[in-house]
Ligand binder design. Structure first.
Ligand code: 13P
Ligand code: SF4
Length: 300
C-alpha cells in the first residue's frame, strides 16, 4: 500500500486538514497542509473549513484547536503524545498560587492544559509572550506559568520580575552555554538561534532568541548562510527544505522531544481511518480557556 496516497484519499473522504508542528518527523511535515509554530497553528485553527482537523503535535496543541473549533472533530494521531512541561502544574496548584497573589494577572504559556488556560487571564506563546506582557501596566503583578525560562526571558526583556512557576521543557533545559562555545568553534560563521525555553546562560550566549516560527522567518531573510539551531532537531527538516543553499547545525543532535516523535505516517493513516483519538474538552473548561486564547490572539 502507498501510505501517502491512502492518507490523501482518506483526507478527502473525511474532509480533513492536517496541521503539523515544526518538530514533527519530516514525513509528517511533508504530508501536512500547514506546518508552523504554536501561535501560527492556533491562528490556523481559527480559519478552517474542513470537518476534521488531524493535529500532528502534542496534546495541548490539539486541545487548543478543539477549544477554538467546538463544531469540528480534532484528532491527535498518538493519544499519548503529551508535553511534560504542560503537566508540571495542576489546576489546584495554580488556584493556590492565585490565592497567595490575589492582585496578580496570570499569563499561561500555551504549553499548558485546558484547565490551566481556563484559570488564566491570558495565554501566550513563545512568539508573542513579550507583546502580551507589555499590554499590562508596568506595575501589574504577573504570575507566569508553567515555563520558568520563557517567563524569565519575558520578564528580563521588560526589566520586570514575574512570579514564576518552576516548570521547564526537558528537551531545552539540557542545552548548555558550553555547547554553544564548542559549536561556534566548529562553525565560526554560523549564527546561533535558540528557543526561549532554553536556560538563561544559553540565551545569553546566543545571537537570537526565537520561537520555532521566528527561526524559520529569520533563516529565510538572513544574508548569513549557516546557523546553529538550539531547539528540537525536527525543525531542521523545514529549515533545510526552505533554504536549500544554507546550512543548519543542531546545537545538540540529541535535542529530541520524544512526544513530538510519536506520530508517523502510519499513525496519521490510522487516525483518519478510525477517527481516533478525538480530543474533547469539557464545555465549562473550554469556554473559559477560549477567552484566554482569544485574548492572546487579539493582542498579537
Ligand atoms: P513554538 O511555539 O516556538 O513552536 O514552541 C513550541 C514548543 O513546544 C517548544 O518546545
Ligand atoms: Fe513540551 Fe518541550 Fe516537547 Fe515542546 S519540546 S512539546 S515544550 S516537551
Amino acid at each position: 500500500m502507498n501510505i501517502k496516497k491512502e492518507i490523501l484519499k482518506l483526507k478527502e473522504e473525511r474532509n480533513a486538514v492536517i496541521l503539523a508542528h515544526n518538530y514533527q518527523l519530516g514525513e509528517v511535515q511533508d504530508i501536512a497542509d500547514f506546518t508552523g509554530d504554536s501561535l501560527e497553528l492556533a491562528r490556523k485553527a481559527t480559519d478552517i473549513d474542513s470537518d476534521v482537523i488531524v493535529f500532528c503535535g502534542v496534546h495541548f496543541m490539539a486541545e487548543t484547536a478543539a477549544i477554538l473549533n467546538t463544531d469540528k472533530t480534532v484528532l491527535l494521531p498518538a493519544k499519548d503524545a503529551g508535553c511534560p512541561m504542560a503537566d508540571m502544574i495542576t489546576g489546584d496548584q495554580l488556584r493556590e498560587l492565585k490565592a497567595k497573589h490575589p492582585k496578580a494577572k496570570v499569563l499561561c504559556y500555551v504549553n499548558s492544559t485546558a484547565e490551566i488556560k481556563a484559570e488564566s487571564d491570558c495565554c501566550v506563546t513563545s512568539s508573542n509572550a513579550l507583546a502580551v506582557a507589555k499590554s499590562y501596566p508596568a506595575d501589574q503583578e504577573i504570575i507566569f506559568v508553567p515555563d520558568r525560562h520563557l517567563g524569565g526571558y519575558t520578564a528580563e526583556q521588560l526589566h520586570r520580575e514575574f512570579i514564576l512557576w518552576p516548570g521547564f521543557c526537558p528537551t531545552h533545559a539540557c542545552f548548555m552555554a558550553e555547547q554553544i562555545a564548542e559549536s561556534r568553534k566548529q562553525h565560526p560563521d554560523a549564527l546561533v538561534l535558540v528557543h526561549p525555553e532554553s536556560p538563561k546562560p544559553v540565551r545569553d550566549a546566543a545571537d537570537q532568541v526565537l520561537s520555532t516560527g521566528g527561526m524559520c522567518r529569520f533563516a529565510l531573510k538572513s544574508d548569513n548562510t549557516s546557523f546553529i539551531i538550539g531547539t528540537e532537531v525536527g525543525i531542521i527538516h523545514r529549515l533545510q527544505l526552505e533554504n536549500p543553499d544554507k546550512s543548519f547545525f543542531a546545537l545538540h543532535d540529541r535535542a529530541i522531544c520524544p512526544n513530538m516523535k510519536k506520530i508517523d505516517l502510519e499513525k496519521v493513516f490510522w487516525s483518519l481511518k478510525d477517527m481516533e483519538t478525538k480530543i474533547v474538552v469539557p464545555e465549562d473548561i473550554a469556554i473559559k480557556a477560549k477567552l484566554s486564547i482569544e485574548k492572546m490572539l487579539s493582542l498579537s
